[in-house]
Design a protein around this ligand. Structure first.
Ligand SMILES: NC(=O)c1ccc[n+]([C@@H]2O[C@H](COP(=O)([O-])OP(=O)(O)OC[C@H]3O[C@@H](n4cnc5c(N)ncnc54)[C@H](OP(=O)(O)O)[C@@H]3O)[C@@H](O)[C@H]2O)c1
Length: 277
């Protein structure tokens, strides 16, 4: 029986077990998917003993994504570009491989929900400069985005990202995030603002074109205030749950040998666990 797990600190909130156990049941795979709470002091030793613990691989969540990349014996292009790994697997020689599937997850869902997101290559506004924003920048650039604007409360973090990703990315002051929506074709919230228990995202959509797409990677609640405001003025909206579901696909395929599908039934299964859904 193959086993995989999600490793985090804390890990209790992770929805990965719900997703992977749903697929294990659906595809009749003899396997298991566990939660492992591992502290920062223990993470390196834990990852080095993944095989000895009986695991074929793992998902890695906060705060271990950078450590996972550092410990891995090999990493794919996405993990290297993003500087963090969320999916690990062992090969037959016991070498630990690292990937980052967040960009894949975000872009797959965006392309399904808003196939014309890049029509006219209008600027994209990304709010946030944390780990998720970095994955999204990688995905947007690989997906053909033209100009990308990043606004972040701590401007130096946005500047650091712009330096990594090159001239197509420019920084706008956090205070200008509403004003600089004029002419944008896509707005993405990649901050934690608007998530249940966090402060609201304060932004005025008045200058955003009516045919722009608005995406939020926060998925709890599923319809954030940002998405509700965008919908009310006629913008096409993309929620954060699709990213979460699609990022899980490559790991399941690696560990259990079946490429799983993201279906309305899986979505409904996870939605039941979300606040305000
Ligand atoms: N849908 C998915 O599959 C998916 C995947 C990954 C993450 N997420 C969600 O995305 C969010 C960000 O994740 P992350 O890993 O990038 O976290 P992170 O690295 O901790 O970054 C958090 C971001 O939010 C900003 N922020 C936090 N509090 C703020 C405030 N009061 N005012 C203004 N900005 C604030 C931070 O700005 P500063 O730099 O100024 O602190 C930073 O840009 C989380 O809610 C996470 O749950 C969703």
């Amino acid at each position: 029986m193959k086993r995989a797990c999600v490793i985090g600190w804390p890990v209790e909130h992770s929805r990965s077990p719900l997703i992977h156990r749903y697929w294990l049941g659906l595809y009749g795979v003899e396997g298991a998917y566990e939660k492992e709470a591992v502290s920062p002091e223990e993470i390196e030793a834990f990852l080095r003993s993944l095989g000895a613990r009986g695991y074929a691989g793992a998902n890695v969540t906060l705060p271990h994504k950078e450590a996972a990349l550092a410990v891995a014996d090999a990493a794919d292009e996405a993990a290297k570009a993003i500087g963090a790994a969320n999916t690990l697997w062992l090969d037959e020689e016991g070498r630990l491989h690292a990937s980052n599937t967040d960009a894949y997850g975000f872009m797959t869902h965006l392309s399904e929900a808003a196939p014309d997101w890049n029509r006219g290559q209008r600027p994209v506004m990304v709010l946030g400069a944390g780990g998720a924003a970095r994955a999204i920048l990688h995905g947007l650039i690989a997906g053909g985005a033209g100009r990308i604007l990043i606004a972040n409360r701590s401007q130096h973090r946005a500047e650091a990202l712009a330096k990594v990703f090159g001239p197509s990315v420019s920084v706008v002051p956090w205070a200008d995030r509403s004003k600089d929506l004029a002419g944008c074709g896509l707005l993405i919230n990649a901050t934690s603002l608007g998530m249940a228990g966090k402060p609201p995202l304060d932004i005025d959509l008045a200058l955003l074109p009516a045919d722009a797409v608005v995406a939020d990677i926060v998925y709890s609640p599923l319809e954030t205030d940002l998405l509700a405001a965008a919908k009310a003025r006629g913008n096409l909206t993309v929620d954060g749950l699709g990213m979460l579901l699609h990022q899980a696909v490559p790991g399941f395929e690696r560990w259990f040998g079946v490429r799983p599908k993201v279906t309305p039934e899986l979505r409904a299964h996870i939605v039941k666990s979300l606040v305000g859904a």
